[in-house]
Design a protein around this ligand. Structure first.
Ligand code: ATP
Ligand code: MG
Length: 307
């Protein structure tokens, strides 16, 4: 069974179609990345999937359950880490966890044990009786995630979970999400961070202006964009752009003393660059080739702009 199934989902706010007829499936146990620029519709999609918003059209199934019809059953299956922290600032860390646990039906020894495990895991055990109000963003996010996974949900929705966090908090959170995925949870994560998506996700969906522009494995997305591979070279003196003009080179970008020459045929393009250098008495200081980064792919597909 698919963990998440979305068919022709649409959400409008007045004249704006924030989510525009999107369809996708997330298999059970998959780590699914939802990428897009600001305003693309990522948060709106998460809010639809988690039953916080009602769609204008289309269908959603979470483990076979329609969150619009059977909100409680759907909610028990999921953990949600929203874009802005939803922890209770006037409660202590422990109270936050207990509140979340009771909401999901935990009690007694089970709740105590699970809370203590999570407090230790997130490095906040010593601070369990402090109010969350005074906590830094990273600490608040740890409380938010601990509360969201207290009932060991099978599906985790995370809306840019590492945005604005320091390296330590970021690593801790990424590690925890990875562990949950290794233990079988399905992960649906929105992010701006292409590197995170590249490293973590088995499948990436790219959304722009409410529409899906690509869904594939990160590796396949890169291969689709062979023409975006490039040679980066620097020379011992200034060179005129026209010197390297050739059918082999689709685009030239100069930054500082480095030349980036985009090509579909790396082999022939490298020989071309070496030949031009040779004929013009240029000394090559550095030369490397690179496949397209997911960032290149992303910018190409979305036109580089938000809304
Ligand atoms: N409640 C709302 N009322 C009106 N417009 C909204 C509402 N929520 C979102 N929008 C609009 O819908 C579009 C999609 O917003 P959404 O928050 O889903 O984008 P996002 O991809 O999460 O962006 P970001 O990366 O900035 O978080 C935006 O143009 C936004 O202004
Ligand atoms: Mg958002």
């Amino acid at each position: 069974m698919d963990a998440i199934r979305v068919e022709s989902l649409t959400k409008r706010f007045g004249d704006l179609t924030a989510v525009d007829d999107i369809s996708f499936r997330v298999e059970e146990g998959e780590f699914f990345g939802f990428l897009g620029p600001n305003g693309a519709g990522k948060t709106t999609t998460i809010r639809l999937l988690t039953g916080l918003l009602t769609p204008d059209a289309g269908r959603i199934s979470i483990m076979g359950i329609d969150p619009g019809r059977d909100a409680i059953s759907a909610k028990l299956l999921m953990g949600v880490i929203p874009e802005t922290s939803n922890v209770y600032a006037d409660l202590t860390v422990k109270q936050n966890l207990y509140l979340a646990g009771r909401y999901y039906g935990l009690s007694g020894h089970q709740l105590k044990k699970r809370s203590e495990d999570l407090l230790s895991k997130f490095g906040i055990y010593d601070r369990r009786d402090e109010r969350v109000r005074t906590f830094s963003k990273g600490l608040k996010q740890r409380v938010s995630i601990a509360s969201a996974i207290i009932h060991q949900p099978g599906i985790l929705f995370l809306d840019e979970p590492t945005e604005g966090l320091d390296v330590q908090s970021r690593r801790l959170i990424i590690r925890t999400i990875e562990e949950m995925n290794e233990e079988g949870s399905t992960i649906f994560m929105t992010t701006h961070n292409i590197e995170d998506a590249n490293v973590l996700c088995r499948k990436v969906c790219i959304i722009n202006q409410g529409k899906i522009v690509a869904i594939d494995r990160p590796e396949s997305l890169k291969h689709t964009f062979d023409r975006m591979q490039f040679i980066e070279a620097s020379f011992d003196r200034e060179v005129k752009t026209g010197l390297f003009a050739s059918d082999l080179i689709s685009r030239i970008v100069v930054s500082g003393d480095k030349w980036r020459l985009y090509t579909e045929d790396l082999d022939r393009a490298v020989k071309h660059v070496a030949g031009v250098a040779e004929r013009n008495g240029l000394k090559i200081i550095s030369l490397r080739t690179s496949g397209p980064t997911l960032e290149d792919v992303f910018v190409e597909l979305t036109g580089g702009g938000g809304r």
